[in-house]
Design a protein around this ligand. Sequence first.
Ligand code: MN
Length: 725
Amino acid sequence: MSAEAADPGAPLRRRSRPRIDLRRLGRVALRGPVSRDRLPDAIGHVAEAHRAHHPDADLTILHRAYVLAESSHRGQMRKSGEPYITHPLAVTLILAELGAETTTLTASLLHDTVEDTEVTLDQVKEQFGDEVCYLVDGVTKLEKVDYGAAAEPETFRKMLVATGNDVRVMSIKLADRLHNMRTLGVMRPEKQARIAKVTRDVLIPLAERLGVQALKTELEDLVFAILHPEEYEETRALIAAATGPDDPLETIAGNVTHTLRDAGISAEVLIRPRHFVSVHRVRRKRGELRGTDFGRLLVLVAQDADCYAVLGELHTCFTPVISEFKDFIAAPKFNLYQSLHTAVVGPEGAVAEVLIRTHRMHKVAEAGVVALGNPYAQDHASAPQTEPSDERADPTRPGWLSRLLDWQESATDPDTFWTTLRDDLAQDREITVFRTDGGTLGLPAGASCVDAAYAQYGDRAHTAIGARVNGRLATLSTVLSDGDTVQPLLAQDTASGPSPDWLDHVRTPAARIAITGWLTDHPDEAKPDPETVEAAGPGTQGEPADAPAPSEREAPGATAPPRTRSGPRTTGVVVEGPGAPVRLAGCCTPVPPDELTGFVVRGGAVTVHRRECSAAAEMRDIGRAPVGARWADAGGRESEAGCRVTLVAESFGRPRLLADLTEAIATAEAAIVSATVEPPSEQRVRHTYTLQLPDAAGLPGLMRAMRDVAGVYDVSRAQHPAPTG
Ligand code: MN
């Protein structure tokens, strides 16, 4: 594949002026052979781009860096046959276009000299100072990572240490990778694929994290072309076919311009084409593409307040799609991104997505941390102490990066570190949840109450037993949504520790590392006790968000003591022997008039199972002596505490199934203690509910009502505890 075939540029619809067209500028700068005669011209493009962002910049240091880089790389060729200097020049131009400051550009020009030429770090330090030297050294270390075993945990740790102290190292690295990806066509296909995969797995997530949208989108398209050539070609053809004189977005953009002008709001309305990967994603999501799906409207204004004025006009004069509205100005994303997002209905029902932001927000959206300047320009020592959850405290050292560095210190095992890091990078968005003390926590999407507990309390979260989410008691496994208020509940008993099950529910490396560390240090206590399976059973699984909240429900953490109702009176069970506490087994949840069998467990309590329970059979098989057990009354009706039962509903998946099932349960006056919904397989879903009924006599009626729910084809008593993963 040639470099041109992998080129997502040659844009068909790139009409949005503020969009930084890195490719075009890259080509302009490098047109023709670079020789000594062309020297002023070659660095001239960089200087021009730099001056556009920083009118007062001192360009002499750039010239000096160029002269050293050019002379030391002289005679070296890239695989394409071009002089080597074209590479650092192109990388520097990318950064200059994004608005990087002079020190970054200087280091970028020199970024390959120490590795590939006679130039030494000491020389760089002598001629360009400590900062440039530090950046060049960092990039040199990163360079070694790339084309070796990129995913090697130990190497990656080193890479983070190198970059962690200064985000500008990563900026240079990303621009370096972009230029290498653009010119990948000269490599063997296997090598192209390998480099593209590393780019996809490591560099693109980093670009996303650093908020460098311009680099991220181009890298995505380059990777797409290499790893999915057919789909890339299909997408290219779709975009070409959709490009015509009567673009529905043009019509809507025209209407929006008039509307805003009439309202006296000064704004620039542009059409911003989606990049190839974005078009492909929309197509995958919606099946068919409409003319308005190939781009989005971008409205640029001067002041923050103008953004809301524009929004008001759009929502008044057009039909808005309210579900598409998102306010990333009031609650910026973790990577500094700010914008209002909405969508309006245009002619013939076509929906156009609209982004509203100030010029400054636009620059940050495109260039992220690259545009934020020199971290040493401000006095950091005098900066006020900021909350660790405040991602925007220090833009050059964002919170997630600080966390990465903390993890790499606390995770002594490289594999754990690598796994958690990769998981963290794979998450494409974060949510913000509110603490009850007024603070906020930034968590990855899919994070649970376990994550929130560790984020808020650190290792003290080992004793977590549950949480309140929006005021309601919830299990630790409950997945949090953006905007939830969460209050983790800790046990007073500091001796208890996390359950291995918690690892199924964590998304944050900090929680994963803390739990893994505790379990490693306490190998005996981590073993689940087969008799207390109730505690590690369905209660630790996800609960349906729309399940009715039983008022008496405990907050069952996985390590919370099993919900024993000790003594024959409350369980309604009589066992042989002296007054040992009795608990009903969670695996088979016996209810009258089931035949019973008991086993003495640790601490002298007796756990009572249904006689046909397979867990009971196993215990008999391994030689455990059964203890006689029977229901207290002849009728076996447990009058005081009601009865607890686990039911499995097998259904065909459909919308609202969960809501209808929980409604049927609530109508039968049963309380949901816990619930598990397994991922659908071939259209079938299995829901497991542990329910508290006021009376065992109500069980047949409840099971009938659940079977009557549309789509449900079987409801049965559980023979086994719900899977805990
Ligand atoms: Mn390089």
